[in-house]
Design a protein around this ligand. Structure first.
Ligand code: COA
Length: 386
């Protein structure tokens, strides 16, 4: 096939810089490295908010009052359990399965048990969004335990969203400082404008397909290593490097091989990802507290050398790898954890999409053969087929 060239008039590869929808949710200033949800700076939300509060903000455009937050939290807690047949189905998934492939399958299956799944009315969308946001951690934790042949742990209603997830993973009540670190990480990952997975979810919704289908499209898309999948790839890179002494040789070899540094660079942020700055100091604290500073030191060293050599800055997926590792979370869960957070942003964007829908249907620049005569099968030579 001939290569598509950027010279084709109107062609914008990767839709770079194209504005595909209006939004009142995420304000991303790539030039100045600023990010805000519904007008609130990400630094303020990370410092003062909880994930549950941010979910309310993304869905309603306003921070909740104490009473509204209480009602919202109780509704999330009440929706945490997942259907027994789904747990039974997950037990039948092959082992080992890629964690994101299992999550994609499980969320698609979850829709089969929801009698409202096909209802795209505004009210049903909100109820489904609440259930999905509440159930996603339960699915991830249950599947992880099934993979390890351990009993599934039901959710605990007295714990917050992040703490309950850690509890369902291990069966132990987590250190409140770890719960808070995970909670803040979820806030940082909750929403990010027209990234590839949000776009995929919106494209599915733009056909008036249902919320589960749109979210499944989002999961399928965030899984890739150029998107959320970078979280796991960063940890694999740190393991490959292994020691501080190997940092410099690793980077030089990677540069010579024209390898991509996972967790570096961004399509929109050109002066740094504000989430990475917050995660850097969080990773330092969590790694030090757990006496597991190796991963932070390796990350810091890699950050410095890659910046020196390529002027590339870390993105959100870089320091979260060391942070989650120090908390004892297996790297296969890095992308599922991002998904647990991003469900909030996807669903908020789906509300916008359904409310002001226009079918996404771009064009492609045709670069194949001109019109030609059809050759019947018996007259075709091996040389003229492709
Ligand atoms: N490692 C090495 N080089 C990188 C790079 C990386 N992580 N990110 C960008 N570059 C280089 C490219 O090689 C390219 O150089 P060239 O012009 O000499 O070929 C230049 O920077 C522009 O890269 P490009 O791929 O066109 O930018 P993009 O906008 O498509 O890339 C990403 C955005 C995120 C896909 C890209 O930075 C990347 O692959 N990062 C690693 C994956 C990752 O961390 N993803 C999570 C994003 S939150």
């Amino acid at each position: 096939m001939p290569q598509v060239t950027p010279e084709i008039p109107g062609l914008v590869r990767g839709l770079e810089g194209i504005i595909a929808a209006p939004t009142a949710i995420c304000d991303l200033d790539g030039v100045n490295g600023r990010l805000a949800y519904c007008g609130y700076d990400i630094e303020d939300l990370a410092r003062h908010s909880t994930f549950e509060e941010v979910v309310y903000l993304l869905w309603n455009g306003e921070l909740p009052t104490r009473e509204q937050l209480g009602t919202h939290q109780r509704a999330l807690v009440a929706a945490r359990a997942i259907p027994e047949p789904l747990i039974a189905a997950m037990r039948l998934y092959p082992k080992p399965a890629v964690s994101m492939a299992a999550l994609r399958a499980a969320v698609a299956q979850l829709g089969l048990y929801d009698t409202e799944a096909e209802d795209v009315s505004a009210e049903a969308q909100r109820r489904i969004a609440l259930r999905l946001t509440a159930q996603m951690p339960t699915i991830v934790a249950a599947y992880q335990r099934i993979q390890l042949d351990q009993p599934v742990i039901p959710p605990r209603p007295d714990l917050g969203h992040a703490a309950n997830f850690l509890y369902m993973l291990t069966g132990e009540e987590p250190d409140p400082r770890d719960s808070r670190a995970l909670d803040t990480t979820l806030i940082l990952y909750a929403e990010h404008e027209m990234n590839a997975s949000s776009f995929a979810a919106r494209v599915a919704a733009s056909t008036l397909s249902d919320v589960y289908s749109a979210v499944t499209a989002g999961i399928a898309t965030i899984k890739g290593p150029l998107h959320g999948g970078a979280g796991e790839a960063v940890m694999r890179t740190l393991e490959e490097i292994g020691s501080i002494d190997n940092l410099e040789p690793f980077v030089m070899q990677a540069l010579a091989a024209k390898r991509r540094f996972m967790g570096f660079g961004h399509r929109v942020y050109k002066s740094g990802d504000p989430r990475a700055r917050i995660l850097m100091s969080m990773a330092e604290e969590v790694c030090a507290r757990h006496g597991d500073e190796k991963w932070y030191r390796l990350s810091r060293g890699l950050h410095e050398i890659v910046y020196r050599e390529k002027r590339l800055l870390p993105n959100v997926d870089f320091y979260s790898a060391a942070l989650l590792r120090a908390m004892g979370i297996p790297m296969e869960l890095n992308v599922p954890i991002i998904t647990i957070a991003r469900i909030a942003g996807w669903t908020a964007q789906l509300f916008e999409q359904y409310a002001d829908n226009r079918l996404f249907r771009p064009r492609a620049a045709y670069i194949g053969h001109g019109r030609r005569e059809y050759t019947p099968l018996e007259q075709r030579n091996p040389g003229n087929s492709r």
